[in-house]
Design a protein around this ligand. Sequence first.
Ligand code: ACO
Length: 336
Amino acid sequence: MLIGAKITGVGAGIPKSIVTNQDLEKLVDTSDEWIRTRTGIKTRHIVKENESNSKLAIEAAIDAIGYANINPNDIDLIIVATSTPDNLYPSTACLVQGAIGASHAAAFDLEAACTGIIYALSVGLEFIKTGTYQKILVIGADVHSRFLDWEDRNTCILFGDGAGAFVIEASPGDNQILSTYLRSDGGRGHLICIPNSNSSFPHEGSKPPEAVKRFLKMNGKAIYEFAINAIPEALKTACDKANIALGDIDYLIPHQANQRIIDSVASKLNLKKEQLISNVAEVGNTSAASIPLAIWQALQAGQIKPPAICALVGFGGGLTWGASIIKWTAIDSRNR
Ligand code: ACO
């Protein structure tokens, strides 16, 4: 029998500190009105000095483990999707493994920018389908605030920090991760990038002025165009692979980059407002964390009512994009 998989837990790690649009008005030449009308964002959560990517990832992991009611010792693999890890190594996944006491787990990071969580879900699913592993923790965690130029109004208004996690478990005879679809286009990678933050600079005689060289750079208009084309293509393909029609989707959970992008896709697909899951207004663009964070919040608010067919779709740096169709049945074990 083909081994299937299902999501049994979801968790969140969100910094407490909130930065409002009014706070940003004091830093750059912008306005609350401009930010809200162009992006839908009102607030974002930003890490304090003593917080980190791994701290948020650990919080999300513990929350998801509680939701799924599993023992950390039973976790076989931890995958963290992140493009803003604490270190080149140890990986964030290893830091999570140590902190939660997942004593039997393998652990590695994966980098596909904002699409990272879809990539991680897909990789985790393959390990389950082959029978290699039974319980996998998949986390998306990013602290873009550490790579933003807080004097660049084009980018600093968009991002927030956070982590979101899923527990996926083997589910023989009842596969609920119906499809995944992944794409990339490195030829357009320059449209959004964090250059020079790794080994780009030779050691000898070429120390870049750090504050200038390692900031996120983005061509906003080109990324917008890319997103509104990539999302419908990924959704259509993921639906085809899952053998369902677009009309069978109960909820769309897109990468939370910009409310205008989300609304434009929803209108192309004829989705109703209540089918759209969005928390971009409160948390901004949390990159690899955004999809599980949006699901987590929608479940908390009772907006997603299981069982439901959920379409997850991501896009971002690389360029990368992808989608996954999921049947959501998981209920928080702490409320059972
Ligand atoms: N406040 C006030 N004015 C601003 C701001 C700001 N924060 N930012 C830019 N402007 C100005 C520009 O300088 C420009 O002024 P000009 O006409 O005098 O040159 C004007 O506003 C219009 O700028 P546009 O770039 O045309 O604004 P646009 O409507 O395209 O909105 C935005 C910009 C919000 C960035 C939009 O292009 C967008 O959302 N793009 C997608 C970004 C995205 O999703 N990125 C992340 C995806 S991948 C990942 O998550 C890692």
